[in-house]
Design a binder for this molecule. Structure first.
Ligand code: B3K
Ligand code: ZN
Length: 868
């Protein structure tokens, strides 16, 4: 299969200045007529224009109005080659496509009977022959013709400039986008949709119509999305001086979508999961995610659309930067500390794991077979951490200067990560050349820190050293890796009072392999707090006693490190217990953590959301990353024992706390109520871990009495993971009530797929045969199989039955929806980290998948990398 290399980038032989698209919509036989005005690229003199396609049926071609004979071009379903073209001309093609059979959800497809498109990265070629690459930017005019009855609404990018009734039961609408854009930002939506309207007045006084388009039954669930959009628009003006640039901003919610959402110019298409919300159907987390995804796609209007990527290897240019922007936005809307902790927990669970397996790649990859495989947590989340480091080093004002220069230089252009780095450096008269290494090296650096105290000199020395752990296999970006620039935020605490010694607060910059940093003039030995706010995406390796960690957990003024000290403390204890479990020894009581746990719960200086995070134990998969050979059973036994033991020691306190949190009045979605629900539900999980009729009843009561989905779903998930006799009744009741609402039904599947009770795996197998399950809907597949595949102790059941189940579904899904299948198959990427028995069983599935005769290239690429 063809490998694309970053080093092979060449500018196109022609530019496209203008695009005129005409769609005659039909589910089986949609006709797309495309007129492109092309201009030879004088830097790349060639008279040949190669337009790519995919699964297209070519009906006709003409140049400057003259139809070509068969011998004047060569064409296949995926390539159209025109020779001897003049320097400027108009090329017209007509093709037929079949939206209703398009199960890949890329290109033009149908979802719940409506038409919709998805073009990033390379879906536009499934609509028409084109120069389907982001550096070709053009103006678009789009005419849509469709049935008035099935497609009363027909949308595309930009402004609606004309419409007419065609008299035969069909009508026509014409859209024009005044901005140049790459074809991956093209969008079309047509169907039976209703609109929730709002407006926004920009800083310079322009009125923008805001339109959220949804299926009629969902019209009451759009207000949160609308408010989120308004907040995002305001925030981008306030923080970055960026205004919206069209008269209308549309968001369409669709049920079948491969990812979260898509930032098409002026016409975002969203997975309905990230639009629709009501207190009865969406949890607090859903509300938060909706706000974040709406913001993310809106922010792309500048970071992605106005300034886009020269080629797909530069994806982090727009994604890392836009994730950074949405993280800052959420931090400003909620709590910066809690947001940071949530993000880092996600980074460690997903990106750190990716960075240590066969899919490890630099944030700017070197090669791909399917670009869709590189929409990864490395490109997105690690990419955002790299952007954050510029911000940490430059401060908000310096970062803003860099952004301003970036837009001044590159507005309307398709550029590279180097261009961004250069703008940041030039605007601040500094040099970021060493940052290049972050873009070209894969793997998570380890930062080793030791401290030395010189009593007579009153001096503390922190010695720091960075290195990369070796990765198995010959992976790109892992040879001859050099030290990367690491901003390391450090503070010192008085060892007796716990007070911050604020004059020592600093951001140290480690740019070499190792360096010593000294803190002078200290009266007595302080406690160092290192890598505050997680100022660099590394694994911190610092020898600290349990007492020192407990001290930081109690006193650190940096909320992130306060939380992280607790996590590190718990991790150490849990790993020791896992060893005891594996050796058949009795397990130690987690005394030190348990004491700290009780203190946090009564600490008035932190909010409930922070408390919830501080008492949440590290995930099983994160604990696994710290073992030489992952032992899922021992980890599970240890973590369950740990939880039960802490709960047992504080049963009365937890019961009282749950009771007082549950006594809050009716549902409200102010921040404090959200925080209190979050804590309440973590506390409930501790209580139910005690496995007693009384504690089960607390969960059952919460389930049946809840007036909002957050409390109800949390109680259901906890019951689904318990031996409570109310478990089945709760699951049945939930299903009875919500089976008609796809997003809530997803939750019903997900809570069962995340359960680790005995027999959980056969339940997942059984649910895959449930009448509500379908492989045609990505949300449904992810809520059952995606959730199950990260449920460590169940997926990695020693007999390999979990692997078999996933293997079956990868094979079933891959021919229809390659992107979805390739996400699922990635669960096998960690196989080298397990014992030989499990390795064998996972390899068996990988080989079984690899030997499938018509394997799609997405899955092929992941499996080949894993097997290498
Ligand atoms: N840019 C899209 C992702 C497209 C994924 C294509 N397989 C959503 C986002 O990151 O905002
Ligand atoms: Zn994005």
């Amino acid at each position: 299969m063809q490998v694309v290399y970053r080093s092979d980038y060449r500018p196109p032989t022609f530019w496209i200045d203008h695009v005129e698209l005409e769609f005659d919509l039909d589910p089986h036989n949609a006709i797309v007529t495309t007129k492109i005005t092309v201009r030879r690229n004088t830097d790349q003199p060639s008279r040949t224009l190669e337009l790519v396609g995919e699964q297209l049926k070519l009906l006709s071609v003409s140049v400057d109005g003259v139809a070509l004979n068969d011998d004047e071009y060569t064409a296949s379903s995926d390539l159209l080659v025109l020779n001897d073209l003049p320097a400027r001309c108009e090329v017209q093609t007509k093709v037929a496509i079949s939206p209703v059979t398009n199960k890949a959800l890329s290109g033009l497809y149908q979802t719940s009977g409506n038409f919709c498109t998805q073009c990033e990265a390379v879906g536009f070629r499934r609509i028409t022959y084109f120069l389907d690459r982001p550096d070709v930017m053009a103006r678009y005019q789009v005419t849509i013709r469709g049935d008035k009855s099935t497609c009363p609404v027909m949308l595309s990018n930009g402004n609606r400039i004309a419409s007419q009734d065609l008299g035969d039961g069909r009508h026509e609408v014409v859209w024009e986008d005044p901005h140049v854009k790459p074809c991956y930002l093209f969008a079309l939506v047509a169907g039976n949709l209703k609109c929730h309207r709002g407006s926004f007045t920009t800083a310079s006084g322009r009125d923008v119509a805001l339109e959220i388009w949804v299926e009629p039954q969902n019209i009451d669930k759009c207000q949160h999305a609308l408010v989120s959009l308004q907040k995002s628009m305001k925030w981008d003006e306030d923080v970055f001086g960026l205004e919206y640039d069209l008269d209308v901003y549309m968001i369409v919610a669709v049920n079948d979508f491969n990812m979260g959402a898509m930032e098409n110019k002026g016409l975002n298409v969203f997975n309905s999961k990230y639009v629709l919300a009501s207190p009865e159907t969406a949890t607090d987390d859903d509300y938060l995610l909706i706000e974040a995804v709406i913001a993310h796609e809106y922010f792309h209007n500048w970071t992605g659309n106005r300034v886009t990527c020269r080629d797909w290897f530069q994806l982090t240019l727009k994604e890392g930067l836009t994730v950074f922007r949405d993280e800052q936005f959420t931090a400003d809307q909620t709590s910066a500390a809690v947001k940071r902790i949530d993000d880092v927990a996600g980074l460690r669970a997903g990106q750190f794991a990716e960075d240590s397996g066969p899919m490890a790649h630099p944030i700017r990859p070197e090669s791909y077979i399917s670009m869709d495989n590189f929409y990864t947590s490395t490109v997105y989340r690690k990419g955002a951490q790299i952007i954050r480091m510029y911000h940490t080093l430059l401060g908000q004002d310096g970062f803003r200067r860099g952004m301003d220069l970036y837009f001044r230089r590159h507005d309307g252009c398709a550029v590279t990560c180097d261009d961004f780095r250069q703008a940041m450096a030039d605007a601040n008269d500094t040099n970021f050349d060493l940052f290049d290494r972050w873009y070209s090296q894969a793997g998570t650096p380890e930062l080793f820190v030791t401290s030395a105290w010189d009593e007579s000199a009153g001096r503390l020395t922190l010695s720091m050293r960075q290195s990369y752990p070796d990765l198995a296999g010959d992976l790109p970006g892992t040879k001859d890796r050099k030290p990367v620039p690491l901003p390391i935020r450090v503070g010192l605490l008085d060892a007796e009072s716990g007070a911050e010694l604020s004059q020592y607060n600093d951001v140290l910059l480690l740019e070499t392999e190792s360096a010593d940093f000294q803190f002078e003039g200290l009266d007595r030995q302080p406690i160092a707090s290192v890598l505050r706010d997680f100022s660099a995406p590394v694994r911190l390796r610092m020898q600290r006693s349990d007492d020192e960690l407990a001290f930081l957990m109690a006193h650190d003024t940096d909320a992130f490190n306060r939380w992280d000290a607790g996590q590190t403390l718990a991790t150490g204890m849990l790993l020791k217990m896992a060893q005891q479990a594996a050796d058949g020894q009795p397990l130690d009581e987690p005394k030190l953590f348990s004491d700290a746990f009780a203190k946090i719960l009564t600490d008035d200086s932190v909010d409930e959301a922070f408390k919830a995070l501080a008492i949440t134990l590290p995930r099983e998969s994160v604990l696994g990353q710290e073992m030489d050979v992952i032992d899922p059973d021992a980890i599970h036994t240890a973590r369950e024992f740990f939880r039960r033991s802490v709960a047992g020691s504080h049963r009365d306190q937890l019961t009282a706390l749950h009771q007082s949190l549950a006594a809050d009045g009716p549902y409200s979605n102010d921040q404090q109520s959200i925080n209190r629900r979050r804590l309440k539900n973590v506390v409930l999980a501790y209580l139910v871990s005690l496995d007693t009729p009384e504690t089960d009843q607390i969960a059952a009561d919460q389930f049946s009495g809840a007036d909002n989905m957050t409390d109800q779903q949390a109680a259901l998930a906890i019951l689904a993971n318990s031996n409570a006799e109310q478990r089945i009744a709760a699951l049945d009741e939930f299903h009875r009530r919500y089976h008609g609402d796809p997003l809530v039904l997803d939750k019903w599947f997900a809570v069962q797929a995340s359960s680790s009770r005995a027999g959980a795996l056969s339940e997942v197998r059984r649910l895959s045969g449930h009448s509500g399950f379908t492989i045609d809907n990505p949300n449904r597949v992810r809520s059952l199989l995606g959730v199950f595949s990260v449920n460590q102790s169940v997926f990695h059941q020693a007999d390999g039955k979990g692997y078999e189940l996933l293997g079956d579904y990868v094979l079933l899904i891959q021919s229809g929806n390659p992107q979805l299948a390739s996400r699922l198959v990635s669960a096998f990427n960690s196989y080298r980290r397990f014992d030989t028995g499990r390795q064998e069983l996972m390899l068996r599935q990988l080989k079984r998948i690899a030997s499938e005769p018509n394997l799609c290239k997405d899955v092929h690429e992941i499996v080949q990398r894993a097997l290498k």
